[in-house]
Each structure stands twice: as C-alpha cells, then as structure tokens.
Design a protein around this ligand. Structure first.
Ligand code: 5GP
Length: 112
C-alpha cells in the first residue's frame, strides 16, 4: 500500500491530536470535524480500505470498534455515530482504513 497522510501520523512525521493509542491502533481528532466531537480510529497495519481486510484481520477489526466505543465514552459521548467510507464512490479520500466517530449533535437517518 502506498504511503498516506495517516501513515505519516503513525510515524509522527506530521502532527495530530492523538486521543488514544496502543500497539494496534491510534485515535486522533479529524482535522476538518463534522461534529463537535469527531475523531478517527485507524489500525497501525496499513489496510487501504475495509474491503481489503481478510479473515486474519478479524481481531483487529473488532479491536477498532471496541476502541471507538471506549474513546467515545471517554470524550463524554453517550450517543454517537460510526462511519466507514469504503472506496472513492463512498467518499473515502484517505486510503488507510479508518473509523469515523462523530458525536455531540443530533444525526438523521438515512445519511447523505
Ligand atoms: P474519508 O473521506 O477518507 O472517509 O475521511 C478522511 C478524513 O481524514 C477526513 O474527514 C479528513 O478531514 C481527515 N483528514 C485528512 N487529512 C488529515 C490530516 O492531516 N490530519 C487529520 N487529523 N485528519 C485528516
């Protein structure tokens, strides 16, 4: 996978407001927040998009969701939305898997 802005954040080549990290993943605030709280949870492993993950990534994917929920609670969120854009046609712009976590305002359904 080619290097992305997120691999540079992992490698500390560019700064980010990191709110959580462990040996498998990082969570940091989105530079262009779409809600009062908006952070991204990314694996250290460079998976370009969700549909590139395989059976061997099962524990990692579960971990990303657990961290998303845990950090959301730490950020004071009770209700929040998770979003994963998979592919350019679904508005993915950074090709390093990431889970958006948004909260602090009402959300409607269906999404735009
Ligand atoms: P996507 O559209 O790929 O699902 O989401 C990519 C997200 O990454 C966008 O919400 C965008 O604002 C965020 N983003 C892009 N570049 C940077 C950056 O350099 N730092 C941070 N913190 N977020 C970024």
């Amino acid at each position: 996978m080619s290097e992305t802005i997120f691999s540079k954040i992992i490698d500390r080549e560019i700064p980010a407001d990191i709110v959580y990290e462990d040996d498998q993943c990082l969570a940091f605030r989105d530079i262009n927040p779409q809600a009062p709280v908006h952070f991204l949870v990314i694996p250290r492993k460079p998976i370009a998009k969700l549909s590139d993950a395989d059976e061997g990534d099962k524990d990692l994917l579960g971990h990303l969701l657990l961290v998303a929920g845990q950090v959301a609670r730490e950020q004071g969120l009770e209700d929040f939305r998770l979003n994963v854009n998979n592919g350019a046609g679904a508005s993915q712009t950074v090709f390093h898997l990431h889970v958006h976590v948004l909260g602090g305002r009402p959300f409607s359904w269906p999404p735009g």
